[in-house]
Structure formats: C-alpha cells, structure tokens
Design a protein around this ligand. Structure first.
Ligand SMILES: *Cc1c(COP(=O)(O)O)cnc(C)c1O
Length: 208
C-alpha cells in the first residue's frame, strides 16, 4: 500500500479472535458499522485499538461510543454533529468526524447530498462546535463492475472535498482526509486520491 494512505480494517461480523489475529500482526485501526456490535467488541479487545465507526449512527446511540471512538466516518446531519459535539464535551474529549457524502447511483437514506451539505455549512459555522474535528469526507461508490463509473464517482468525491476545503475549511488544519475505497475498489480509490481505505473482506475473507 502506498505510504500515507491509512488502512481501516473493517471488522463487522468478525469475532474478537479474528480481530486479534490482525492485531497480533501490528494492526491497530479497526472499523465497525453497528454500535451494538462495536460495544461488545470494545470490552473484549485491547484498549489501544483505534475504533472508527463507518456505518449509520442514530443520534440516541452517540453517548455509548463517545467515551472512546477515534473517528466517526458517517456523519450525515447537522443534528448528529451537534449531538456528537455535546457528548464529546461531556467526556472532555474531541471526536474526529468525516462528512459522509452520497456519491453512488443507488438510492440511499444515508449521506449528505452536496447541496444539503453546502446549505448546512453556509448557515452554520460547524467549526465552532469545539469538541468535534471535521477531518474530511467519506463516500461509497455504486455497487457495480463498471470501473469507469466507480472512477467517476471517486473523482467527484475528490472534487467535492476540494470545494469544501476551499469554501469552508481553508483555515482548518484537520480537513485533510478523503475516505474512499473498499475491498473491490480500493485500487481505483487510491489512484483517484484516497487518503483512507476501509477494507473488510480482503483482510478477513468473505463475509457470511
Ligand atoms: C462493510 C464496509 C466496508 C468494507 O467492505 P468490504 O467490501 O468488506 O471491504 C467499508 N465501508 C463501509 C461503510 C462498510 O459498511
């Protein structure tokens, strides 16, 4: 893997033993998509694991992960940003977040559209939420074999990142990450400028 690209090992549906196998090779950064599953694992695994949440987060569950979560990659509403900020404050820590942007062709309830996101950022100075660090964007490509299409979507996410950075985060030292690329498309993502890939089945084997 090219230097400077961070690998998040997505361990959803894997057992603590499987995670420990990766841990024992030196890997420390793992991603989960469900709060309940994450909480079960956190208590059974070493404390120096850096946990990322990569799946949709309901606002009433933020408080369970606020004490320890390293990064929430799936922030998709202003309401969620405010609640994460509040729960981080209660825990006297800062939480790193990525803005999830919908780039795929499939319908999805999750992720900002670029229009919604710009609207939020124009009306709210989210940099003034002192307990969250907005570190960049996250996106998922369409589930397809069409490499051209996937490349197009990743380029679009990079363009969005660049636009957001210059319009809203020019003076932020945190806004640097483009989280894109999974087992089937991480090579395309890296070619297009990913800084963080989220890989599950390629590391742990096919999910049942
Ligand atoms: C499951 C998942 C991944 C990893 O998927 P693989 O195809 O197993 O690499 C990455 N990102 C998110 C948001 C996921 O839910």
């Amino acid at each position: 893997m090219p230097a400077g690209i961070k690998l998040v090992a997505v361990s959803k549906s894997r057992t603590p033993d499987e995670i420990m196998e990766a841990y024992s090779t030196g890997h420390r950064c793992f991603g989960e998509n469900r709060v309940q599953e994450l909480l079960l694992k956190v208590n059974n695994l070493p404390a120096d694991i850096e946990w990322h949440l990569v799946g949709h987060l309901q606002s009433n569950k933020v408080r369970y992960i606020a004490p320890f979560i390293a990064m929430i990659q799936s922030v998709d509403s202003l309401k969620l940003m405010r609640i994460i900020n509040e729960e981080a404050r209660r825990n006297n820590r800062k939480i790193s977040c990525l803005l999830q942007i919908h780039i795929a062709k499939e319908e999805s309830k999750f992720g900002f559209t670029m229009d919604d996101l710009k609207n939020v950022l124009q009306h709210e100075d989210v940099k003034k939420l002192p307990f969250i660090n907005i570190c960049g964007v996250m996106g998922m490509s369409t589930f397809t074999d069409d490499q051209e299409q996937i490349g197009k979507e990743f380029r679009m996410l990079v363009r969005y990142f660049t636009e957001l950075k210059s319009c809203f985060f020019a003076d932020s030292r945190y806004f640097n990450e483009i989280s894109m690329g999974m087992s089937d498309d991480y090579e395309i993502a890296i070619k297009e400028g990913s800084t963080m890939i989220r890989v599950g089945s390629l590391i742990f084997g096919e999910r049942k």
